[in-house]
Ligand binder design. Structure first.
Ligand code: HSE
Length: 290
């Protein structure tokens, strides 16, 4: 069977480790029963039993009390760049849990699939939109993982800017402090619901005010050469939101009008010719079996 799984951006400014948004930018992966484990069509670094798609099959089978099946996993399309903050790991995990559920006829609930996927990934912010699509807010406590989708106004235009270098999530988390001043917590707390409301209402002024952050971006921006220039260019081009996609290195710019988004993408492309700069539309379907 072939599955199509979307890329996703976590955080969206202040929603560190809880917000996620799926994109119409996909990996397609085939999973079949096989006589032995095979992983084909991906970077040779990942063509082994450590591959997260296989690990997700194994963990899902175990969670349902079944033996792990031998599977052949074939990457048919890999449009989600690796280690760029676009949920490539989450996409493998979402694909693996959905494939195991379907191949082994487990009929697991969405909550159960999300729980297994979150256990593997460590946090639910990318796996939730990868599984279910749309704009999601997720929370985990012990064995409980909850996610809900929020509405997204159609007026916004999104540009993803993926640099020509990887940034590991571990490195990007490693620069964060162990604790924060109360004022910084309040800064983010007060903005997270306002980002949701702005995205729901198409309120670009509110988004411009609310999509700021004191939890992760101030510490991570120096890991992304070019970040300051791209942010300045985006804001000067009329962006109503700008930030790091997940842990980076991709950056996300949000515009209230399409022509401004296109102009910005063209100027950023001229400035950073080696980067992959693309307009992106939200995905509302999540992982689907094709
Ligand atoms: N919320 C996570 C982070 C996303 O920013 O570190 C990457 O997995």
């Amino acid at each position: 069977m072939k599955l199509r799984i979307p890329a996703s951006s976590a955080n969206l400014g202040p929603g560190f480790d809880c917000f996620g948004l799926a994109w119409q930018l996909y990996n397609e992966i085939e999973f079949e029963f096989s006589d032995e484990l095979r992983v084909e069509g991906c970077d040779p670094r990942f063509a082994n039993a450590e591959n997260l798609a296989f690990q997700a099959v194994r963990r899902t089978a175990e969670a349902a009390g079944k033996a792990c099946p031998a599977v052949a996993i074939r990457f048919v399309k890999t449009d989600i760049p690796v280690s760029r903050g676009l949920g490539s790991s989450a996409a493998l995990i979402a694909g693996g849990v959905k494939a195991a559920d379907a191949l082994l006829k487990l009929h697991m609930s969405d909550d159960a699939l999300l729980r297994v996927a979150t256990e593997i990934e460590g946090h639910p912010d990318n796996v939730a939109p990868a599984l279910f699509g749309g704009l999601t807010v997720s929370a985990a406590e012990g064995d409980t993982v909850l996610t809900r989708r929020f509405p997204l106004h159609e007026r916004f235009h999104f540009v993803l800017l993926s640099p020509d270098f990887e940034l590991s999530t571990a490195a990007a988390r490693g620069v964060l402090p162990p604790s924060y001043p109360r004022a910084d917590a309040v800064y983010n707390l007060s903005r997270t619901p306002l980002v949701l409301r702005a995205l729901q209402d198409g309120d670009s002024e509110l988004l411009r005010f609310a999509m700021r952050d004191k939890i992760h971006q101030p510490y991570r921006r120096s890991l992304i050469p070019g970040y300051d220039k791209v942010e300045a260019l985006a804001l000067a081009s009329g962006a109503c939101g700008f930030g790091i996609s997940g842990a980076g290195s991709t950056q996300l710019a949000i515009f209230p009008d399409e022509r401004a988004a296109q102009r910005f993408a063209a100027s950023a492309g001229a400035r950073f010719p080696a980067w992959r700069i693309q307009s992106a539309r939200p995905d509302l379907t999540g992982t689907v079996i094709q």
